[in-house]
Design a protein around this ligand. Structure first.
Ligand code: NAD
Length: 494
């Protein structure tokens, strides 16, 4: 049960200006610049962020480099790092409601989801990697009797992490957890429109005992701070979650600088495919709606294309509309709200543009309007677009809003062809009672995650990553360590 009195008190609490964290100290931008933080709840200025400069990014990178090279963190026994990180996770949990409300005021996610998916998920992730790190061994190679081949696993060095505005704590922890547990140091750049909670969590890291310089945060714009990080000669590995154009830019900048490794978790246009033999169509309706409309569609794996077998298409869409009408879109700090605010005025405008273009192309639109304008906040109706052709831009481009494109299909082969017919390959779902068909679809779909008879909800034990232009590398699970641990071979003549 959420404490509504406490939420009410936290929602009006003053939020001090957010400063960088460099070498364990809070610091303003080197030129004194700030950026306003506009709350999507009411369109008003919540606070300001230090507007980082390239010099700020370089100072943070130098701090992380020195902290890595002197071994103040990487030189500790894994069990010692684990103890500090467990304390950090406990501090995040102890401050969970405060963090969740701050995050909602910053990025608009509904509080029920934010609490679970943000502080609690971040704490669980940090704990998972902390617990794992003293259970990871090197290898002895099965080689010739007169040689000894040892394979060590070593931290890579300085990690640059750039994250988006949806689920900043969850996605941030997917990077910070394994990177720090493995002994690396980190420079983190949160998104301009969701920096406040990550910045607060960095203070909690210091309080837990993560040494100064090991985890630095630089606030500000991607085009300035992110560029400086991507062009740095001192960052060894760049981990990124965000859009495909920025991912492309990071690769270019890595090529122009030190060939740092770049791991990308990008967008999606994920197909949710419902066959007529789905075991429970009513559940499929609810899950399809939640899979695109929760957090106003600002979910990387959102099931934004609904492919429905033609024989059930009309009935399914009717049920979907009816269910969608019952969804409560509103004040994200009201625990009853099922879909909160769109993150920014810019994102709202972009969502509305996609819908009006589809309408102009003759598609049928249910919903599609800005709502609650009187609050000054950025809210949008859950929107269903039907009669969509697979090649329409609403079926090809990531909207990243509460907009569902519905496409009918006749055969399994056609469903697969449509499902795979985009540049993306992040997630998908198949609803069917036919086990063989489910397995054929799992094999045939080009995506990093395929659900069967559900959508979303996979936990930390399984990897998440995309194929095609949805990225490379994986967050979550023990596989995430692959990005943060190098293999080193020692070959010894006996
Ligand atoms: P974005 O790409 O605009 O921004 C992401 C981050 O990159 C921000 O911190 C931004 O400041 C920074 N950035 C911008 N320009 C940069 C540059 N030139 N160099 C370096 N950094 C730069 O994405 P967004 O709008 O914040 O987030 C939405 C996107 O993230 C969507 O495409 C969504 O699908 C994707 N996403 C993917 C996953 C996943 O796991 N695959 C998860 C969540 C979100």
């Amino acid at each position: 049960m959420l404490d509504t009195d406490k939420i009410a008190a936290l929602r009006s609490a003053d939020v001090p200006p957010a400063l960088h964290l460099i070498e364990g100290a809070a610091q303003p931008a080197s030129d004194g610049g700030t950026l306003p933080v506009i709350s999507p709840l009411d369109g008003k200025e919540l606070t300001t962020l230090a507007r980082g400069t390239a010099a700020d990014a370089e100072a943070a990178i130098a701090s992380a480099r020195a902290a890595f090279d002197d071994g103040r963190w990487s030189g500790l026994a894994p069990g010692a790092r684990k103890a500090v990180m467990l304390k950090w996770a406990a501090l995040i949990e102890a401050n969970a409601l405060e963090l969740a409300v701050l995050g909602v005021r910053d990025n608009g996610t509904e509080i029920g989801m934010a609490l679970k998916a943000e502080p609690f998920s971040a704490a669980a992730t940090i704990r998972y990697y902390a617990e794992a790190i003293d259970k990871i061994y090197g290898e002895i190679a099965p080689t010739a009797p007169d040689a000894l081949g040892l394979v060590h696993r070593e931290p890579v060095g300085v990690v640059g992490a750039i994250v988006p505005w949806n689920f900043p704590l969850m996605i941030g922890a997917w990077k910070l957890g394994p990177a720090l547990a493995a002994g690396n140091t980190v420079v983190l750049k949160p998104a301009e429109t969701a920096s406040l909670t990550l910045r607060r969590v960095a203070d909690l890291a210091l309080e837990a005992g993560i040494p100064p310089g090991v985890f630095n945060v630089v606030l500000g714009e991607g085009a300035v701070v992110g560029e400086a990080m991507a062009l740095s000669m001192e960052i060894d590995v760049m981990v990124f979650t965000g859009s495909a154009p920025v991912g492309r830019r990071l690769l270019e900048n890595a090529a122009k600088s030190n060939l740092k490794r770049v791991y990308l978790e990008l967008g999606g246009k994920s197909p949710n495919i419902v066959f007529a033999d789905a075991p429970d169509l009513d559940t499929a309706v609810k899950v399809a709606a939640n899979g695109i409309f929760r957090n106003s569609g600002q979910v990387c794996i959102a099931g934004s294309r609904l492919l429905v077998e033609r024989s059930i298409h009309d009935a399914f869409v009717e049920k979907l509309r009816a269910f969608t009408e019952t969804m409560q879109v509103g004040d994200p700090l009201d625990p009853a709200t099922q879909a909160g605010a769109v993150n920014s005025a810019r994102q709202l405008e972009q969502n509305l543009r996609f819908v009006s273009e589809a309408e102009a192309a003759g598609r049928q639109v249910f919903g599609g309007k800005r709502i609650r304008e009187e609050t000054g906040g950025f809210f949008m109706e859950p929107t269903i677009v039907t009669g969509v052709a697979p090649e329409d831009s609403i079926a090809q481009r990531e909207v990243f809003g509460p907009v569902l494109a519905v496409i009918p299909f006749d055969t399994e082969e056609e469903a697969l062809q449509i499902a795979n017919g985009t540049d993306y390959g992040l997630a998908a779902a198949v609803w069917t009672a036919d086990l063989s068909r489910a397995h054929r679809m799992i094999r045939g779909i080009h995506a990093g995650l395929v659900h069967v008879n559900t959508y979303g909800g996979s936990d930390l034990t399984v990897p998440l990553g995309g194929v095609k232009q949805s990225g490379n590398g994986h967050d979550k699970s023990l596989h995430a360590f692959d990005k943060y641990l190098d293999l080193k071979t020692a070959w010894i003549k006996l």
